[in-house]
Design a protein around this ligand. Structure first.
Ligand SMILES: Nc1ncnc2c1ncn2[C@@H]1O[C@H](COP(=O)(O)OP(=O)(O)OP(=O)(O)O)[C@@H](O)[C@H]1O
Ligand SMILES: O=P(O)(O)OC[C@H]1O[C@H](OP(=O)(O)OP(=O)(O)O)[C@H](O)[C@@H]1O
Ligand SMILES: [Mg+2]
Length: 283
């Protein structure tokens, strides 16, 4: 089984990091290579441009792919299905035009020109509006095109908005919200290995933002402490060797609740509180 992942750009590092945290350690170096093995002899990784990942999966060069939803849509591949939202690489594809210019709505683009790295998505967007500008395909620095009279507007990626602002462009309309997805070719979706990979990646997402709390509690205060611990199921309660009348209480708690939970638990009689990160959480 082969997973296609971005070979460079802003998605490369976080994707490798996610695979590592999921236990799919890359064996022979991730850099400047086409393939890498993983600790699982049945799983290898293929490095491709973020934009090419969907095509590699559709063509069978890989079985699973990890890349932005924008790239999956743009590639027009109809034999792949999404398996998991990996929730990083969040961005928006937007229609944008010069601030204080003539273009304020989609309708203003009738008979005009739009530059983009995403011609398929852009064409589909305009087809739905009934307005049909000329579409010019570029391969980068799209934000410059309105300033050199190549285009009246652009469809491009934005996240913080810095690049648009720097180029004095304003959003006219949202086109697509994107984040990185795990997807697979439809004929491999029932493969147990595919399910294993999905479960492993999901377990990393599950663990994000969660902490593991451990504390000691006098047995007669147990129900008070139990009452202040939020989160998944009940806490685990264990005897402590030579612990006297104390027991150990363990619980998985949302990061946002940790501060309050520790204070409340101490009030309720807990001591020796330990907080640790969770690497994976398989449900
Ligand atoms: N500013 C951003 N914020 C969040 N995600 C982004 C941003 N820019 C791009 N992305 C996501 O990352 C994907 C790849 O973009 P990136 O800029 O890393 O590659 P690229 O420049 O297209 O690749 P290459 O260098 O191979 O041409 C995009 O398709 C999108 O899903
Ligand atoms: O809203 P912002 O936070 O400014 O992000 C938007 C910019 O990020 C991406 O470019 P990137 O930085 O990946 O450079 P690239 O053109 O070399 O791909 C995208 O193409 C935009 O230009
Ligand atoms: Mg880019």
């Amino acid at each position: 089984m082969r997973i296609a992942v971005p070979n460079k750009g802003r998605l490369h590092e976080p994707t490798i990091d996610l695979l590592e945290r999921a236990g799919l350690h890359l064996e022979n170096g991730a850099d400047r290579k086409l393939y890498a093995d993983t600790v699982d002899p049945d799983i290898s990784v293929l490095f491709a441009r973020a934009a090419d990942v969907p095509e590699y999966v559709a063509d069978g060069a890989a079985d699973l792919g990890i890349t932005g939803l924008d790239q999956v849509h743009e590639a027009r591949v109809d034999t792949v299905s999404e398996l998991l939202d990996l929730e990083f690489g969040r961005c928006r594809l937007v229609l944008a035009a010069p601030e204080d210019g003539a273009i304020e709505t989609v309708a203003d683009l009738a008979g005009k020109t739009v530059a983009t790295e995403f011609p398929n998505i852009t064409r589909e967007f305009f087809a739905e509006t009934g307005v049909e500008p000329d579409i010019v395909e570029v391969t980068g620095a799209t934000e410059l095109t309105p300033h050199v009279e190549m285009a009246d507007a652009i469809v491009d990626i934005t996240s913080t908005g810095t690049t648009l602002k720097m180029n004095r462009l304003a959003v006219v309309e949202d086109v697509l919200s994107s984040s990185v997805r795990l997807f697979g070719r439809e004929d491999v979706l029932d493969d147990p290995k595919v399910r294993e990979v999905r479960t492993a990646l999901a377990s990393v997402k599950q663990a994000e933002g969660k902490r593991y709390l451990m504390m000691n509690v006098p047995e007669d205060r147990l129900s008070d402490v139990r009452d202040v611990i939020p989160g998944m199921g009940g806490p685990t309660v264990m005897d402590i060797a030579n612990g006297g009348e104390k027991v150990a209480v363990h619980a998985v708690v949302d990061e946002a609740d940790v501060f309050e939970t520790i204070n409340d638990a101490k009030q309720a009689g807990a001591s020796d509180v330990l907080v640790t990160e969770i690497e994976r959480l398989v449900e």
